[in-house]
Design a protein around this ligand. Structure first.
Ligand SMILES: Nc1ncnc2c1ncn2[C@@H]1O[C@H](COP(=O)(O)OP(=O)(O)OP(=O)(O)O)[C@@H](O)[C@H]1O
Ligand SMILES: [Mg+2]
Length: 578
């Protein structure tokens, strides 16, 4: 409860004014039938014209007050619920931003999107309804009941039977409805994940001509959502006619019993008319209570799903970092007896007993067959994942002792699967460091061999990139990603297979710029081609998560069989190509 109150507190005024206005409306609604009955009775009772006019005037005033109350209630209810949802959405978003890769994997992106949108909207509707109906329906129920009892205690006995019957109905609805709505929410998740995957990968799908297959998958998810929605809504569909039936039966009973009383002279006809209006009000508000329960059961399911996100502890955090103010100064990196696995209960380690040192300013190549753990190894430096055993040190300090911000700010990383954002090229590069000026951006683009081709575009740096950089070639995209990492002016630069789509001549120009202009930067270059790393100060050869060789190209050619194997496989290929 405390969690949700946090979002009520800043808008408490709306949360109070909304229901207050609703009370005004309810009081009016309950009084109206009474006035109405009095006017009808006036015909029989020969009241003076003034009295009738007086009652009518009161009805007009009450109607105006009701309108003011209704408008105010709707206005403040909307203000309160929209603000509530907006603040909550902001917090959930912030929380998701703090998630580690592993946290995100656990929820799936599609589900996070549903939670952030649909579930929060569900809660917003609930809060709105709560403010408008929560006081109103029970208020009307009780008010109308009191008025009915005052009018005719004997007729009111009917309610003693009808209300418990309908109450049992409510209980049944909540019991049946809640699990069905939770299930429906899960189906929405599945559909969102499906849509997201299909839209992001539309090019792959088309190139494999798998539209029909993907369509079938989508239709299955859609059908399942439809079925679960129908099954959930059926409970509601059934409810309305049931309450209407009870209402009509009660009305007939009241007419029968009350009509006899009127004939016998025990009840005024206006009172009977008013009483019947109260029957409608009582049963209608009972139905509204059912609706509130229905929406609550949905909202409860959503609240639970939002709580799960808010309660998730980012498994990579810097709460207990010992050197929060420390920044990376030199860029020396040390792996000491590092072991890592993605699935903590699996026996096969992805990285096993890794120990080596990279001095500040060195250029180090990492080479090894696909899936041997290169990306995983470098992911441990900016703490995308934490080691299971051993530690990674930067400048002699355990990476876990830096604040995440300082650690990651000191590291420029070009991920293997990198993306650019929509916007101009200039904006994309500046995204790496928003303090960089035009000259710096051009300079770093020049180092990454991007300046020339960017200037070749008719709009140069102002060229708009489509989503993810779709309107660029693979190699152009890679070079812009390198430039974006460089403008950060990091102490450590990690390139994960970032020149794989760049031709060798351009690649060697990038390497020249790195060694001439960026000599102070520690550089780790993961590559498939030996030619990309052969002039590095040091090359680390990985095989199945273990370091099997370390040294310069010449040293490795001499002592590492694995290295020689890779070298000959690539050079034979070259010879064959020639
Ligand atoms: N997010 C992940 N969750 C679970 N397992 C993973 C994850 N990422 C990688 N792996 C597994 O860890 C192992 C090492 O993967 P990694 O990406 O580090 O290889 P790599 O050497 O970078 O390969 P490549 O040259 O193809 O990029 C692989 O067996 C892979 O299946
Ligand atoms: Mg990789």
């Amino acid at each position: 409860m405390k969690r949700w109150f946090k979002y009520v507190k800043p808008h408490i005024l709306y949360f109070i004014l909304g229901p207050l206005c609703m009370i005004v409306e309810v009081v009016g609604e309950v009084l109206m039938p009474r006035f109405f009955g009095s006017v009808i009775n006036s015909v029989n009772e020969n009241m003076g014209v003034e009295t009738v006019v007086g009652i009518c005037a009161m009805m007009v005033v009450t109607a105006l007050l009701m309108m003011a109350g209704g408008v105010g209630g709707a206005y403040f209810g909307a203000k309160a619920s929209v603000n509530f949802a907006s603040d909550l959405r902001g917090d959930v978003y912030k929380k998701i931003q703090s998630f580690s890769f592993a946290n995100v994997d656990k929820f799936e992106t599609g589900s996070l999107v549903t939670r952030l949108t649909n579930d929060i909207t569900q809660l917003q509707n609930f809060v709105n309804m709560l403010l408008r109906m929560f006081l109103r329906s029970p208020g009307m129920l009780i008010g109308a009941l009191i008025m009915a009892i005052i009018l005719s205690p004997s007729l009111s006995i009917i309610f003693a039977v009808m209300i418990p019957v309908v109450a049992i109905g409510i209980f049944a609805v909540v019991r049946i409805g809640f699990p069905r709505f939770s299930k429906m929410q899960k189906k929405i998740d599945a559909l969102n994940t499906n849509v997201q995957e299909n839209l992001t990968n539309v090019r792959v799908i088309k190139s494999f001509v798998r539209e029909d297959y993907q369509k079938e998958k989508f239709f299955t998810a859609n059908r399942e959502l439809k079925n679960s929605a129908i099954s959930a809504l059926q409970v509601m569909i059934f409810m309305h006619p049931m309450v209407m039936l009870f209402m009509n039966v009660t009305t007939v009973l009241v007419l029968w019993v009350g009509g006899n009383q009127v004939v016998a002279g025990g009840m005024a006809i206006g009172d009977l008319t008013a009483f019947i209006t109260y029957v409608t009000q009582i049963l209608m508000s009972l139905m509204m209570v059912v609706m509130i329960f229905m929406t609550s059961s949905r909202a409860l399911a959503s609240a639970k799903r939002i709580s799960e996100v808010l309660d998730e502890v980012p498994d990579i955090n810097d709460y207990s970092a010992a050197n929060k103010d420390k920044q990376i100064e030199k860029g020396k990196i040390e792996f000491k007896n590092v072991a890592f696995r993605y699935y903590k209960n699996s026996t096969d380690a992805v990285l096993d007993n890794i120990s080596f040192t990279i001095e500040a300013g060195e250029t180090v190549g990492i080479i090894g067959s696909t899936g041997c753990g290169k990306t995983t190894l470098v992911s441990l430096i900016p703490r995308f994942y934490d080691t299971d055993e051993g530690s990674v040190y930067v400048d002699g300090i355990d990476v876990r002792d830096y604040s995440l911000k300082n650690l990651r700010e000191g590291i420029g990383m070009v991920l293997q699967k990198n993306v650019l954002f929509s916007g101009t090229i200039y904006d994309n590069i500046r995204w790496g460091n928003d303090e960089a000026d035009v000259d710096e951006i051009e300079e770093f683009c020049d180092y990454a061999q991007a300046d020339t081709f960017v200037k070749g575009f008719s709009e140069g740096y102002q060229t708009e990139l489509e989503q993810g950089g779709l309107n660029l070639s693979g190699g152009q995209k890679q070079r812009l990603c390198i430039a974006r990492a460089l403008v950060k002016k990091p102490k450590i630069l990690i390139l994960d297979d970032s020149t794989s789509a760049v031709d060798t001549a351009t690649e060697s120009k990038i390497k020249d710029a790195f060694s001439n202009k960026l000599s102070g930067m520690t550089k780790i270059i993961i590559a498939q081609r030996i030619s990309s790393v052969c002039d590095a100060d040091k090359i680390v050869v990985l095989d199945e998560g273990k370091v099997v060789g370390i040294g310069t190209h010449a040293e490795l050619m001499e002592k590492s069989e694995e290295y020689r194997e890779i070298y000959y496989s690539q050079n034979e290929k070259k010879e064959a190509n020639n």
